[in-house]
Design a protein around this ligand. Structure first.
Ligand code: FE2
Ligand code: FE2
Length: 322
């Protein structure tokens, strides 16, 4: 059986069109990104297509494109402007413990997406949330696996222990990506890999592209670790709220299982990531502290943008999907 893949998405501007033209017609991609908005739909989709070549690829597209020098050169240009916006949007610093602690202190308490869904969300909004998030959860824990050969000792061993859980502890039906596919099906949505890519706005693609970028570059290994730790710390409390939301809405048990699984698992993962992974990594390479902080803050920045888009759309009575 071959891996389920997804068709090439509809283009969103000249850059994503150039990437699709390269893949489908062999046309040389441009060498620069020429004023494209680093967080906009066109660049984020173009980047997402380039990264997908490293995951499952696209049906009918030659897998050799993964290492095509011209495409990689364009990808590097896109990554450079994306990284520049991320680093210009976060506070920076090297206080890893303080930055992690701050994740659990809400700036304006109770204003996040999971709070909204718990307190007043409607079923159509919940389904939109599932669809938008599916781009991320179909790849749950995957870009994080790229960091394994870039770590040593306890940091490596402990990160693999967390990954073991994310991948279902050896059981395909318990993989978190599979639990999310089951959730989609139980909510009457398509569980197919990246089925909702064409509906996902740039702010959702950016959260996934950041993980791929950090995962694929050894240089950003500490940012990947920071991102992973931030995700584990924030998921437990938000999974609790999501479960309450789904209980209130009378959702199918398969929708709730994905979140109940994370309430307990991530309480453990948080500690392992903090102490054994971040702690050991920084004991070996203290100079990486600023990159860990960058990974945490960039995650927070992009998650807040996505949350603002979702809540802004819903409060205006609009769909948050494209
Ligand atoms: Fe997970
Ligand atoms: Fe986890």
């Amino acid at each position: 059986m071959t891996l389920a893949t997804t068709a090439l998405p509809a283009v969103r501007g000249p850059l994503s069109a150039a990437v699709v033209d390269a893949l489908t017609a062999g046309k040389a991609p441009p060498a620069t990104v020429d004023g494209a908005d680093p967080l906009g739909d066109d660049l984020q989709l173009a980047l997402h297509i380039c990264y997908e070549l490293h995951y499952r690829g696209f049906p009918g597209i030659d897998p050799e494109w993964e290492w095509d020098a011209d495409l990689l050169r364009l990808r590097a240009e896109m990554e450079a402007v994306f990284l520049a916006v991320l680093s210009g949007s976060v506070a920076g610093g090297s206080d890893v413990a303080g930055t992690l602690d701050a994740l659990l202190v809400e700036q304006v308490p109770g204003t996040g997406v999971s709070h909204f869904l718990r307190d007043e969300g409607e079923w159509w909004q919940m389904r939109e949330y599932f669809a938008v998030r599916s781009i991320y959860h179909h790849k749950e824990a995957e870009p994080h696996a790229w960091v394994i050969p870039r770590l040593e000792g306890q940091a490596k061993a402990a990160l693999v222990a967390v990954e073991y859980d994310e991948f279902g502890g050896g059981r395909a039906e318990r993989m978190h990506s599979r639990l999310f596919a089951d959730l989609l099906a139980a909510a009457g949505l398509s569980p197919e890999y990246l089925h909702y890519l064409d509906r996902a706005p740039a702010c959702a693609l950016a959260t996934v592209n950041m993980m791929s970028l950090f995962g694929l570059h050894r240089r950003w290994r500490a940012a990947l670790v920071g991102h992973f730790t931030a995700a584990e710390i924030t998921t437990g409390p938000s999974a609790q709220r999501m479960d309450e939301a789904l209980a209130r809405l009378g959702a199918d048990p398969a929708c709730r299982l994905f979140y109940t699984e994370h309430i307990e698992a991530d309480a453990v993962h948080e500690q392992v990531m903090r102490q054994d992974v971040v702690g050991d990594l920084l004991a070996r390479e203290p100079d990486l502290a600023a990159d860990v902080v960058f990974g945490i803050q960039a995650t927070e920045f992009l998650e807040e943008r996505l949350g603002a888009h979702l809540l802004g759309s819903w409060r205006a009575g609009r769909s948050a999907l494209l």
